[in-house]
Design a protein around this ligand. Sequence first.
Ligand SMILES: CC(C)(COP(=O)(O)OP(=O)(O)OC[C@H]1O[C@@H](n2cnc3c(N)ncnc32)[C@H](O)[C@@H]1OP(=O)(O)O)[C@@H](O)C(=O)NCCC(=O)NCCS
Length: 478
Amino acid sequence: MGTESDRADNQHHSPSKRAGSIRKRLPSSTSSPRQPQASPPKSPPVDIGVKTPNQYPPDRPIHQAQDSLFSSSSGWTNYRGFLNLSILLLVVSNGRVALENIIKYGILISPFEWLSYALHDPWRWPNFTMVVLSNIFVFVTFFFERKLESGTFSNRFAAWFYSILFTLHLGAPVVVTLHVQGNPFFAAGMMSLYVVEFLKLFSYAHVNYWCRCARIAAAENQTKSPVNLATKKDDRYTYPNNLTLSNLYYFMFAPTLCYELKFPRSPGIRKTFVIKRLCELVGLSFVVGALSQQWIVPLLKNSMQPFSDMNLGHCIERVLKLAIPNHLIWLLFFYVVFHSALNLIAEILRFADREFYRDFWNAETISYFWKTWNIPVHRWALRHIYKPMMRNKWSKLQASIAVFFVSAFFHEYLVSIPLSMFRLWAYYGMMMQVPLSILTDIMGGGRAGNIIVWLSLILVQPMAILMYVHDWYVLHYT
Ligand SMILES: CC(C)(COP(=O)(O)OP(=O)(O)OC[C@H]1O[C@@H](n2cnc3c(N)ncnc32)[C@H](O)[C@@H]1OP(=O)(O)O)[C@@H](O)C(=O)NCCC(=O)NCCS
């Protein structure tokens, strides 16, 4: 269709001029092999420049050689409208599922129920007591580091001492949880805190060990470096002046697992930023709780029979049905923890490094996903396992297996102990990441790699959850 300006343009051309312009275009259109040769007109030639009022000029061409948009040769890449359509379909289909859920079960969300669950037996909070008692391990580490600095104990003794201390640190919550048999949610929260504390204390001891080694090396070379010799007595950020309780406790609360003598600090606390993150934390935590109670719990209850009967078709249907709310909650959980909560803590403590995650959503390989979705854990793994192993001539594969083994151990620790049930599904899930990483690396990423990353997230998690819930159900109710 010509535009108004095109038409006006044509009307201003003389007939002879327009006939010339069409003669120029004809060869290209008639030379196409698919186009049949036009037979010469039998009737007297019509002056194609002549146009009666209200008629489209017959000489204006509307065809040209071009590809269809879906052909890759067309070079067309803008499918934004389809993205909108997909979002719309997602909203419509999940809206229908949500409506069906409400019609079937009514409103199940009950914050009062959560409160009474949390405040149940207020004089018996073993997990809270364990959290308070965990400070003993922080104090012991601190005083032991002071002794190591003064040369009372050797590094070899430190290795033995820390092996025992950390075994006790990770073992105490296991003994208490298995003995008390309390609420699995609170037990998992308390044990997560112990794991974070272990990773931090390990990093603290490791970095101070590096500082002692650097001090010995510097003394041998008779050089002065800011790490080994605290020339200015008021310099808090040089070894051993960093060995203060305030320095250690700042690290224990800071949103990082890797100790440094001096962390980058922001100039001040932005009140609006704090309020925004706090609102997100409270609001989205409520949404996660509500979605779990309204959507996940009935689904899990209905999944027991198909899993007990081992009906494959029904099992797959249950996994797919759980995949959507589970994935939604996982995404919300990611945002609440890695954006809202960690930024909130960082802002209050004026901790300036806010890289808690990178663009994991664009991951085209599993290995890229693992180095972008949880930066604090990734940095700890790189600094305290992966790189030390590589420096000691272990291969990349061996170092990766060691990292994923430690990660798998802690995932299983955080699931099995609170549930008092040892099934190893979380362990296998994490260990599976090594061959999957190799596979997506070989494939070379791309769109297929990104789809594999998303599929592994969407499907493996609900499968593992259903396995645990099924085993829990069989153990307690049959
Ligand atoms: C295993 C893991 C640490 C590998 O990380 P990666 O970034 O893929 O490893 P790479 O081989 O790319 O190397 C990373 C670093 O090691 C360095 N490196 C590589 N070979 C080295 C060598 N021979 N000597 C010393 N350093 C070496 C690289 O230079 C790179 O350093 P940089 O980060 O400063 O650039 C990572 O996949 C991981 O963190 N996995 C566990 C994640 C996890 O369990 N998270 C839990 C979330 S709940």
